[in-house]
Write a new protein. Structure first.
Length: 294
């Protein structure tokens, strides 16, 4: 049981975490801060938070658990705003989709107090944002990746593991570098491709006519193209090196398929398709079961 959760960024992710802890009976009080006062007031009106803080620093004051739920590009500024109240024994976490940049910012700003910080990435979300879409079950049955620093306090790492598990998440641990390489491949590049692909159709003279004929496959393939632009701008820039590596691999594979199409080599094209189809058929997405009773 935590006495007070401080949420910096009362949107979908921070709001859902607050509601999840309340639902599980893990926190007595939630204090929240957002850059927009109207967001904080809405969070209070919806019962997501109990107290509205006037600054990030005041959201930290008196809290024994702090969740930083801001765009990854704002991480360093947030650390600077709260560093004077980063005290031993208080658990600080974030929910950013990139980790190396956030970890580097924590090291620069928090210095020897970076041992209180446990970087986290919940593999959860919605195409819609905002505290009005906060859901206490958002993290239930989902994976949460923790990327602790070498100096992270072991007791706080265990506490972070326990709190995510208590709201129904499956907790994994990996290095920030491996995290960013992996998610460039399975999340960040797919979003980049979805944005580019949908845009390429929409901007064609006959694009609207083409889109009127699209079916469920197209809908599923392009679903993530509706994701929040500001959030994904920051993610793509923060992890651009790894994403560009994956983009190059994709280009090589696409070039190979285009080459056999141009040469009319039906057998080679079928082999390439079969290789991908067989691999996809044999792949199963990790779907941890929700914690009973959550």
């Amino acid at each position: 049981m935590f006495n007070q959760l401080g949420v910096i960024g009362c949107g979908l992710m921070g709001g859902s975490f607050a509601l999840a802890l309340k639902r599980a009976g893990l926190v007595k009080r939630v204090i929240g801060y957002s850059k927009s006062p109207s967001t904080t007031e809405k969070a209070k009106r919806l019962g997501v938070i109990d107290i509205a803080a006037e600054s990030a620093l005041l959201a930290v004051s008196g809290s024994d658990l702090v969740l930083i739920s801001v765009p990854v590009a704002a991480s360093e500024a947030t650390f600077k705003a709260i560093r004077h109240l980063v005290e031993p024994g208080v658990l600080f976490m974030d929910v950013g989709s990139t980790k190396r940049d956030v970890v580097d910012a924590a090291r620069r700003v928090l210095k020897d107090r970076a041992d209180c910080f446990v970087p986290a990435h919940p593999i959860a979300g919605k195409e819609v944002s905002g505290v009005e879409n906060a859901d206490p079950l958002l993290y239930s049955g989902r994976q949460v990746i923790l990327t602790p620093l070498p100096q992270t306090e072991p007791k706080l790492l265990q506490k972070a593991t326990d709190v995510w598990a208590a709201i129904g998440a499956q907790v994994l641990k990996m290095s920030p570098e491996n995290h960013d390489a992996a998610f460039a491949a399975v999340s960040h590049l797919p979003h980049l491709l979805a944005f580019a692909y949908f845009s390429s159709i929409h901007k064609q003279p006959a694009g609207k006519d083409f889109l009127s004929l699209a079916g469920p496959g197209f809908r599923d393939f392009t679903r993530i193209a509706a994701s929040d632009p500001a959030i994904w701008r920051d993610i793509l820039l923060a992890n651009k090196e790894e994403i560009l590596k994956q983009s190059m691999r994709f280009r090589h594979t696409l070039d190979a398929m285009e080459h056999v199409m141009k040469t009319g080599n039906a057998e080679a094209l079928e082999d390439l398709i079969r290789s991908a189809a067989d691999a996809r058929s044999g792949w199963q997405m990790s779907t941890p079961k929700p914690t009973p009773g959550r």
